[in-house]
Design a protein. Sequence first.
Length: 215
Amino acid sequence: MIYPRQPVLICFALDEEAEPLPWKVWGWRAIKILVTGIGRKNAEKSVRDFLADHTPKLVLTCGFAGGLNPELAGGTVIFSAADHSEMAQKLTAAGARPARFHCAERIATTAAEKQELRRATGADAVEMESEVIHAVCRERGIPCATIRVISDPADEDLPLDFNQFAKPDQSLAYGKLALAIVKSPGKIFALLRLQRRCRFAAGRLAGILAKVILE
């Protein structure tokens, strides 16, 4: 068990990413769960607001990531913990793989877009929050690690361009999404398949987090 006397802050963009965490993680007083919302702006505000009243020993930025490295299958848990060697050792022992992340302004929705990001950045995966969370933690001298799970591999298109349904705060406009589904009912099965894969991926991530935090 790590840091029983000081809290560890675990950040997720979405409730769905955090939901599979075991009840022991949710209930342990030395763990704080923060759902920030999608994107840099939401993540920065949420983390700064939290740090105004708390000083965690460690911050973990967690959740889904799109695959850029074609070797990473869906459900693979990957991490970057260069400033925290103990965490890196624990994650490797738990079965996670070290990786390089690219923090993007939008969701990478097609295999072609992911391929271009891979070529341009050399990153293994893409997500939207970790870079700014690391930057805020560096200002405060708080160790920070990224732990993510591949929700959609590099060679797969998402069923829809979810960027089209983003509100100004980057949350999904479900009314617009529902209308798009009505207009393209053939997408329903692909969306349900994506939902199942995301649940599986979130469960894999939760299992790794439980191991490194509670054991």
